[in-house]
Every structure is written in structure tokens, then in C-alpha cells.
Design a protein around this ligand. Structure first.
Ligand code: ADP
Ligand code: MG
Length: 309
């Protein structure tokens, strides 16, 4: 149990409606654990509640109910230690325009009570490629540089957990690659990484485990490997000449008789071929009048899991 980087139990957030707006239930009882040392992807469509969840972890948004444990520390009873365990790179660019990158890192380190001798602003500036701009005003930095500075700020207190909210949304390829290289390196050094993204390919490539949330609820939580396994799920729909009495059987084949008399055969393309499925159909003595296959791609499955219910 102490092996979890993050443990959320029954986490709820209701935003009070402003100016006559109805209140909004952004998180509806999230139960989620993130293992230490992992790269964990939090996926979901716009408005799913990803930033709300992350901002609660960061202490920027107050939860309505539930329990948040960060690196074994309860956020309510151990606020200081839980806060010290986590660094958050927010989605919004909220930099003070009057600070230089070095100044911003030093102020942030001060906020987290990092003693002067333990600060490593130079190392961080080098890592985020802002050594040349160390003394420039933040307002003179490009959007990409500001984003890198936000990453740097999240790291000043050597957190065990780094959380990144849409780190690569709207950034160019070069910056994206730089961010990913940094994130990989930090993870190799032992840091637990949690990130949100709506680039499915990115999540596929980077994350060990993925949770998809939709409308404030976790709809799926699995290893990326298993999730991709689900994604190669295929269904063959066989319309028989005569009513079916015996369902086809075979390893890796799940057969089901549909209300309209068709037989639906589910299988995984990485384990079972269409030919094996058809052979099973023939062995069951079924004469095929018509056959169709349905394949789910990543986008389909994501949409199926996150469509409004
Ligand atoms: P995501 O990051 O997944 O796009 P958010 O956590 O930003 O989702 O938002 C979840 C829901 O909560 C959305 O419907 C959003 O409009 C609403 N919401 C977010 N912040 C506030 C707020 N400060 N006040 C009221 N509603 C909010
Ligand atoms: Mg968001």
C-alpha cells in the first residue's frame, strides 16, 4: 500500500455555479492508484475533469470529498509532506512576467523552503535549455520557453512525483521531443510521472499505465499493454443460412448468438486469425449467408469509452 505514489479514494469535486450558472460536478468519486516509478497517463476528452484532478493534487483546487494520499502522506493531515512530494507543471501559463527564469526558480524554491545550499537552479536551467535566457524577463520569452520554465519550476524541490498537465498541447515538434526526453530521463532517475494528454499516440508511447476519465469518472484503468490488447479486439458477425443450434468454439474465440439470429464472434487479431474463426464456424456446421468484420481502432475505443452516457 505504501508503494503507491498516489492514492485517491472517492475523490469528488463540485464547482459552485458562478453568476447564476448551475453547479458542476467535475469529479464524481474517483478511485485511483498510481504506482511508484511509473509513467502514468491520465486521458480523457475536454472537460473530463483531468485538470481538476491535477489541481487538487497540486493543492490549487479544494476537493469537495474523498481522500488524497501523496507518497503515503494524507493531504489533509500531512499537508506539508504531501505537498513536498509532488511538483506540478500546470496547463495554464501562469508566470510572473517580471521574473527572469533564474528568479522564478529561486522564488519557487523559496516557497518550498529549499535551503540555498540545496538549490540547483543552474542544473535546472541547463536541463530546460534556458541557460542563455537565465536573466531575461519572462515576458520576453517565447511560449515554448515559458512552458519549459514551468517544467523547471515544478522540479525545484526535488519532488518524488512530477505531474504534467497537457505538457505538449499546442507545442512544436522540437519542444515536444525535448519535453519527452526530459521526462524520460527523470523517470529513469526514479521519478514517478503523471501526465495528461489528448494525444493517444503519445500516451501509447510514453505511459506504462493509463486511466481514461470521462465526465468525472474513471472509465478504464489498465496497463498500456493490456489496453492495446483490447484495441486489437475484433468482431466477426456471421449471418447464417439457417438458425444456429451449436455455437462455434475455439481458443481465443468468444461466440454469442444475437437477437436477430446472427452469431457474433469476438477475437483478438494478435492471437487468432480470421481463418481460424471461419474454420470454427464451419466446424459448428453453420453455412454462412453473409459475414462482416468490425475492427476497433484506438480512436474508436477511446470514443466508445468516453462517449456521453
Ligand atoms: P479537463 O482538464 O479534463 O478538460 P477540467 O477539470 O478543466 O477538465 O474541467 C472539468 C469540468 O469542470 C468542466 O465541465 C469545466 O467546465 C468545469 N470547471 C473547471 N473549472 C471550473 C471552475 N473553476 N468553475 C466552474 N466549473 C469549472
Ligand atoms: Mg485540462
Amino acid at each position: 500500500m505504501t508503494q503507491d505514489a498516489i492514492r485517491l479514494t472517492g475523490l469528488c469535486k463540485t464547482y459552485r455555479g458562478k453568476r447564476g450558472q448551475p453547479e458542476k460536478q467535475a469529479l464524481k468519486g474517483i478511485d485511483l492508484t498510481v504506482p511508484r516509478g511509473s509513467v502514468f497517463g491520465l486521458l480523457g476528452p475536454n472537460g473530463a475533469g483531468k485538470s481538476t484532478l491535477i489541481n487538487i493534487l497540486a493543492g490549487l483546487v479544494l476537493k469537495t470529498a474523498g481522500k488524497v494520499t501523496i507518497w503515503g502522506f494524507d493531504q489533509d493531515t500531512n499537508p506539508r509532506q504531501s505537498r513536498a512530494s509532488i511538483g506540478v507543471m500546470p496547463q495554464e501559463l501562469n508566470l510572473d512576467p517580471f521574473f527572469s527564469p533564474r528568479g522564478a526558480l529561486e522564488v519557487q524554491a523559496g516557497l518550498y523552503g529549499v535551503p540555498k545550499a540545496e538549490r540547483r537552479s543552474d542544473e535546472i536551467l541547463r536541463m530546460i535549455g534556458l541557460e542563455d535566457k537565465a536573466e531575461a524577463y519572462a515576458r520576453t520569452l517565447s511560449g515554448g520557453m515559458r512552458r519549459r520554465l514551468l517544467l523547471g519550476k515544478a522540479l525545484v524541490h526535488h519532488p518524488n512525483i512530477l505531474v504534467l498537465d497537457e505538457p505538449t498541447a499546442g507545442v512544436d515538434i522540437e519542444l515536444r521531443q525535448m519535453l519527452w526526453a526530459n521526462i524520460r530521463k527523470l523517470n529513469e532517475q526514479g521519478m514517478t510521472i503523471i501526465l495528461t494528454t489528448h494525444y493517444l499516440e503519445e500516451a501509447e508511447e510514453m505511459c506504462d499505465e493509463i486511466a481514461i476519465i470521462n465526465e468525472g469518472e474513471v472509465v478504464v484503468r489498465d496497463s498500456t499493454k493490456n489496453l492495446l490488447g483490447r484495441l486489437d479486439a475484433k468482431a466477426m458477425v456471421v449471418h447464417p443460412e439457417a438458425p444456429v443450434t451449436v455455437l462455434p468454439q475455439g481458443e481465443g474465440i468468444e461466440a454469442e448468438l444475437r437477437g436477430d439470429g446472427a452469431v457474433v464472434l469476438r477475437y483478438h487479431t494478435n492471437a487468432t486469425s480470421a481463418e481460424q474463426v471461419l474454420a470454427a464456424v464451419r466446424v459448428a456446421g453453420i453455412t454462412i449467408r453473409d459475414v462482416k468484420t468490425e475492427e476497433a481502432d484506438l480512436e474508436d475505443v477511446f470514443l466508445a469509452l468516453t462517449k456521453a452516457r
